[in-house]
Design a protein around this ligand. Sequence first.
Ligand code: TRH
Length: 383
Amino acid sequence: MSLRSLDLFCRVVDNYGDIGICWRLARQLRREHALDVRLWVDDLPSFRRLCPQVATAADSQSIDGVTVRHWRGQDGVYGAADVADIVIEFFACDIPPGYIAAMAECTPRPVWFNLEGLTAEEWVEGCHRLTSPHPRLPLTKHFFFPGFTDKTGGLLREAALEPERLAFQSDPAAMAAFLAGLGVTERERAATKVSLFCYPHAPVAALFDAWREGGEAVVCLVPEGVAAGAVQAFIGAAATVGAAATQGALTVRVLPFVPQPDYDKLLWACDLNFVRGEDSFVRAQWAGKPFVWHIYPQDENLHHKKLRAFLRRYAGALPALERFSLDWNGAPTAAGQEGDADSWPALRAEMPQMAARAQEWRQQMLANGDLAANLMRFAASLR
Ligand code: TRH
């Protein structure tokens, strides 16, 4: 029996968390796999930041062909007719018990996935596609892990992404117009362009110091609200969209938080990208430009383990990137000390190798296929 509809449940953590990934996946499944997709989101105002079309008071709305449902809580009443052919809970969010009970009444039963978060740790390969039977109901859930090898689900990537990137990057006028549209001046466009997206605890002020005192012009493009303290201190005024200041070799410019497709262009247009979490981290990899990752912090510094696992895969031949990344994330370096982001000169010197590695890595990741297609192939095999 064919798989025509899909429910994707997404719980927003920390204002953005996970909606970036789910929104991207929902659109791709609609567009490239012709599914009727319903995206259930508990926090519409956070979603709106990524997608300005979102009406925050609407229970149900259609955006880009995806039905967006306000997920109001766990108490809903559902029948078998409400259940989609494929059900995805993102990152082990608990879907409403009434919905699960309705799933058990369906014939055939829906294909049920827990789509996990991205990590480079090796155990993922052993857990990808594992089953988890429901303790009481005749339902089986499958774990689906994104990842960096062909024994995982791969990374999210739209079919049109590569051609769009190539067209943009081979058109300097388009790149200049895009940056100009964000208020980036001609002088700034000629500098080393850095995009900055990180969590609040990143040691941004120390990095600004290094750039300001450095020997080359750097323009740091930072979305409003990101690294707000350091940006405000540097600019000396409210860090609102359009605010900019230059001190020494560094210009800091505050950008609007742009829609997802424009964020890709920003990554494509910059020489170095600071990214965070999961989705911007993956987009930086598709951009094929040097990047530094700020991982989402977890209890007991679990995130440091995950950061090291990624660095082992990615940065084996990039010692400056490894050192800088550990510093940037507050992880002890090999010497057993926490760094303070003073490792910029070494990173700058390593950027040509980082650029070559970024392109090689992108080719490697392309070979794993894309997550949505891999997920759909697996779903079809379960029916
Ligand atoms: O939202 P994030 O902080 O995500 C994280 C991770 O998913 C993490 O694993 C999770 O546990 C945590 O949330 C709670 O960062 P991420 O994943 O990069 O998502 C940000 C989204 O914002 C991404 O889709 C890119 C997008 N974006 C724009 O669309 N425009 C912008 O201007 C910027 C800076 C980002």
